[in-house]
Design a protein around this ligand. Structure first.
Ligand code: PXP
Length: 250
């Protein structure tokens, strides 16, 4: 039986597609990576269909929907085009992220507070189609309250600032980011939102986030795909799972 308290791990396979697209061919195949991740015991697969299709392409989403046994978390910008694609596929979850064409990766959280009316209208059809709607946001009470008001069931807290501060050796800033993530996870949970977290997590940074009791799911991509070069994808994921479980167990 599924343990409701288990911290779920979603693996983001975008960067397998990044590597494939660097040569414009068919290798490496992100769908095969998703299947390996399933075998390694992940709880979900995350894929971000960007407006410019720089990594995942439409055919990958078709293939993932046709072959995955675990849920697909479909990351997308809140545009009409993406809403149409999500409504056609009806993935288990849709995570709305901000997207700027020129950015290297998703840099900040979604601006929910200033876009409440638009997002309420946008989310409604996705929920009616049975998708669990998540908003990728900063650990900011105004954004969390707005996420609750617009009808999201889930928020994903952006851990990028925490991970960057760690990587730069700015440990006071890192600890401040962590304190804010901890406080905002509790706040969001109190509003009835399910709390996920992700962005930039690695073996060096995952434990304190995995230990937050309100966090139900982590979504991790870039580090795991990079680590797979050295260990293989299955072992890289299994080690992440081990570290998450150890942190959760205290
Ligand atoms: N969660 C969300 C909403 C994301 O947009 C991303 C990728 O940008 C991730 C998690 C995974 O981040 P990373 O690849 O840095 O692990």
């Amino acid at each position: 039986m599924e343990n409701a308290d288990k911290l779920r791990l979603g693996v983001n396979i975008d960067h397998v597609a990044t590597l494939r697209n660097a040569r414009g061919g068919i290798y490496p195949d992100p769908v095969r990576a998703a299947q390996l991740a399933e075998t390694a015991g992940v709880d979900g697969i995350t894929a971000h269909l960007r407006e410019d299709r720089r990594h995942i392409i439409d055919g990958d989403i078709d293939a993932l929907m046709a072959t995955l046994r675990v849920p697909l978390n479909f990351e997308m910008a809140a545009t009409a085009e993406m809403q149409g694609i999500a409504l056609r596929h009806k993935p288990h979850a849709v995570c709305l992220v901000p997207e700027k064409r020129e950015e290297r990766t998703t840099e900040g959280g979604l601006e929910v507070h200033r876009e409440q009316n638009r997002l309420t209208d946008y989310i409604g059809p996705l929920r009616e189609a049975g998708c669990r709607v998540s908003l990728f946001i900063a650990a900011d009470p105004a954004q969390i309250e707005a996420a609750h008001r617009v009808g999201a069931e889930v928020i994903e807290l952006h851990t990028g600032g925490y991970c960057d501060a760690h990587a730069e050796g700015q440990f006071d800033a890192r600890d401040a980011e962590l304190a804010s993530l901890r406080e905002m996870a509790t706040f969001a949970h109190g509003l009835g939102l399910e709390v996920h977290a992700g962005h930039g997590l690695s073996y060096d940074t995952v434990a304190p986030i995995a230990a937050l009791p309100e966090v139900k799911e982590l979504n991790i991509g870039h580090f795991l795909i990079g680590e797979a070069v050295f260990r293989g994808l299955g072992p890289a994921i299994e080690e992440m799972r081990r570290q998450m479980d150890a942190a959760r167990a205290g």
